[in-house]
Design a protein. Structure first.
Length: 577
């Protein structure tokens, strides 16, 4: 059978083409499923060739809930019908896409296996095989067994919305809120005979939205939709190793639809989180400042936990403003450090860039650089060919800009637009293995969630998008948090850990593969703000320069003016609606 399957991949004009089938129920596709297929069809060399539906038989019955006190599910059924089904965008049924009109349909006969499993009839498996498919994308059917698992070259790909080590079963993303888990996991797997023990093709972690299950679940469903397209890009680039890895062996407990007692706990915790969010975002604001540590970045970033309690020189807080996102370079005359940082004005609600000079252990007053007509932050500094460049975050402009910076007068001169038409956040540019790399997240698909990459032969471009975007999906370690550094031959990339709160900590990732067709990294340490710091509520940037390391940290400060402004903003929004 292996020889037969290995010959299935199509070739059109010398170009490899991946053909896939969609397994779904008669009622059609939901919004997130339709978008997932749209992402697949955007990949050059991928086409949908078959739609697989039942021949009119009813679906297999769902697993029976465990018998336990309080196991009735009235509250869940009411919540699902009147809140979840009406409010969830991801789960709404959409009209059949236009591609369906030109795709063959296979009506399959399904036979029960045990209490909950399903096996395709031999003639149905033979029909699927006749279409020479590379993979099947499962959006329907029950727990599949038998030969259908090998009816396509790369098997059946199926989503599991939950970390299979902890949350097997259903509903997706529910029990994480019930249990107070800050993150919700998900995997795309190649199915095997063993339940929830497939071959993991891609995995990610999302922030649990404790105040809104609808939003948390929609983030989860929409956020995983790009993963099959990413795997196809890997295969087309010649890398299909993930498809042949060993299956996982997870023994996490199986979760079922919640009983009334669990629903009461869930509703209470959701309401409590909503109230806490309203209080925090209305009456408190993150007051950031910049700190300087007298040690090279690898000693700070890779030190054992607790070492960051060493003495930090904190810059004074400017009244009505804060400094954050610091980047440093040695001044041209080698007399000290030039630090550029976001300078956010609470009254004007806009960020600009200020410079601070450190010489002889003393810091100058922040000096504003000439303003640009949009919000600026994360003023990333690059010294190249004896010239100093700044690449500030300017996502409001919809582009990434390269500015030549006069470090004496702090004048900006736009030299190049590196990327146009994307609202990229915290663009981080560096050289590695003879290429320039740009890593960032995109405000349009989750500011803190998905890392994307570009590369170029020259700093000024042209820049080419990485074949595997998004490179990773992980709220704990995606969004850049400072300048990458090399230590003992290894490349390390700082990233924000936003799993509990925005800017909650910094994850240090060791990059183990970075090329135009590959990307892999592993988190070696997560640094949280030290409780002995005066700024202990957040930490989201680290930048090394010589024998110094520059960081930022924040404290949650009560603000009556901020509360009034936020209440007025909400009132105006309510009136507009």
């Amino acid at each position: 059978m292996e020889k037969e399957i290995s010959e299935q991949t199509s070739d059109k004009g010398g170009r490899r083409v991946l053909r896939f089938g969609v397994m779904c129920e008669e009622q059609g596709l939901t919004d997130w499923q339709a978008r997932c297929i749209e992402d697949l069809l955007k990949v050059d060399g991928v086409e949908v060739a078959l739609l697989i539906m039942r021949d009119g038989q009813p679906s297999a019955p769902p697993p029976a809930p465990p018998r336990r006190p309080g196991g009735k599910r009235l509250l869940w059924r009411v919540y699902r019908r009147f809140i979840l089904d009406r409010s969830s965008q991801a789960a709404r049924l959409v009209p059949w896409p236009t591609w369906q009109q030109d795709v063959a349909v296979s009506r399959v006969r399904v036979e029960p296996v045990g209490r909950f499993g399903e096996r395709f009839a031999p003639e149905s498996v033979a029909d699927i095989r006749s279409h020479n498919l590379d993979f099947l994308l499962r959006f329907g059917f029950g727990i599949l067994k038998g030969e259908v698992l090998e009816a396509a070259r790369y098997g059946i790909w199926s989503f599991h919305h939950g970390d299979p080590a902890s949350y097997r079963g259903m509903p997706p993303g529910f029990w994480e809120i019930h249990d107070g888990n800050p993150v919700t996991g998900a995997v795309l797997q190649r199915l095997t005979e063993r339940l929830d023990a497939g071959v993991v093709l891609h995995a990610g972690h999302f922030q649990t939205r404790h105040a809104s299950y609808v939003r948390s679940r929609d983030d989860l469903l929409f956020g995983t939709g790009e993963w099959p397209a990413r795997i196809c890009k890997e295969i087309l680039s010649g890398n299909d190793a993930a498809l042949h890895a060993d299956p996982i062996r997870d023994e996490g407990p199986i979760k079922y639809e919640p009983g009334d007692r669990a629903m009461l706990t869930f509703l209470w915790r959701q309401a409590r989180a909503w109230v806490a969010n309203q209080v925090r975002f209305t009456f408190f604001q993150q007051q950031w400042t910049v700190g300087i540590l007298p040690a090279p970045v690898h000693e700070v970033a890779l030190a054992p936990p607790g070492a960051e309690a060493r003495q930090v020189q904190w810059l004074p807080e400017p009244r009505g403003r804060f400094l954050a996102d610091p980047f440093a370079v040695e001044m041209a005359d080698r007399s000290g450090l030039l630090i550029l940082a976001e300078d956010f004005d609470w009254n004007q609600n806009i960020g600009r860039v200020s410079a601070v000079r450190i010489a002889g252990g003393k810091a100058s007053e922040p000096r504003l650089a000439p303003s640009l007509p949009y919000h600026l932050s994360y003023p990333y500094l690059v010294r190249h060919a004896d010239r100093l460049y700044c690449i500030p975050e300017s996502s409001q402009s919809g582009r990434v800009e390269l500015h030549l910076l006069d470090e004496e007068g702090l004048d900006w001169n736009l030299e190049a637009i590196l990327i146009e038409g994307r609202h990229l956040l915290d663009s981080t540019v560096f050289q590695h293995d003879g290429r320039w790399w740009l890593l960032a997240t995109d405000a349009d698909d989750g500011a803190n969630l998905k890392l994307r990459g570009w590369f170029a032969d020259d700093l000024h471009g042209p820049w080419q998008e990485h074949a595997l975007n998004p490179l990773k999906t992980d709220v704990r370690s995606a969004r850049p948090a400072g300048r990458p550094f090399v230590h003992e031959g290894a490349l390390y990339r700082p990233a924000q850990d936003c799993s509990r709160v925005y800017g909650g900590g910094v994850a240090i990732n060791r990059v183990t593969a970075l090329s135009p067709t590959s990307f892999e990294e592993e988190t070696v340490r997560t640094i949280l703000p030290d409780p002995r710091w005066p700024y202990r509520d957040g930490f989201h940037t680290i930048c090394g320069e010589g024998e110094s390391t520059i960081i930022d940290a924040c404290r949650n400060a009560f603000s009556l003016r901020g509360a009034v402004n936020e209440i007025l903003r909400k009132a105006r929004s309510f009136v507009r609606r």
